[in-house]
Design a protein around this ligand. Structure first.
Ligand code: 6IA
Length: 139
């Protein structure tokens, strides 16, 4: 199974640690096409590649993936765009959201019946959520 993991980069790196934990859990069951999102060395200025290269490579990977798993606690234009493109391609979409004071998840994700949303509080909650998500991916 191939998973495209989406998580905030220029939208802010506050969620990086959680992204890394989700990626590590996904890797126990699937090939994760976007491991770099959990990389502590990847700063909010991004990878050392051209913008166009990253866009084209990421869209190819979305097309190749069996499903999209996204960490959506940080508002990220890139993650939102990827989710919209993935929905248009008919890919299953699973989002993890960690509530925090003063923030609310976009209605484009929270109110979208196409998306499977789950909230979590801590890293220890992630394995069960990933198991539920991956159990829903058509094989
Ligand atoms: O808007 P954001 O940067 O927060 O969007 C993050 C999402 O878009 C992630 O899910 C990534 O898959 C994708 N993405 C956006 N920018 C990059 C990037 N570097 N490297 C890898 N994935 C990216 C951008 C900067 C670079 C051109 C120097």
């Amino acid at each position: 199974m191939k998973i495209y993991f989406a998580g905030s980069i220029r939208g802010g790196r506050d969620t990086r640690e959680y992204c890394e934990a989700i990626i590590n859990e996904l890797k126990k069951h699937a090939l994760v096409l976007t491991e770099h999102i959990g990389d502590p060395n990847l700063t909010s200025s991004g990878e050392e590649r051209t913008e166009q290269f990253i866009f084209e490579r990421d869209m190819d990977w979305v097309a190749e993936a069996d499903a999209i798993v996204a960490e959506v606690s940080a508002p990220s234009l890139g993650v939102g765009y990827e989710l919209g493109r993935a929905e248009a391609m008919g890919k299953p979409i699973f989002c993890l959201y960690r509530p925090s004071e003063g923030k609310r998840l976009s209605a484009m994700v929270a109110g979208n019946p196409y998306v499977t949303n789950e909230t979590y509080q801590e890293i220890g909650d992630i394995p069960d959520i990933i198991e539920r998500f991956l159990g829903k991916v058509p094989s």
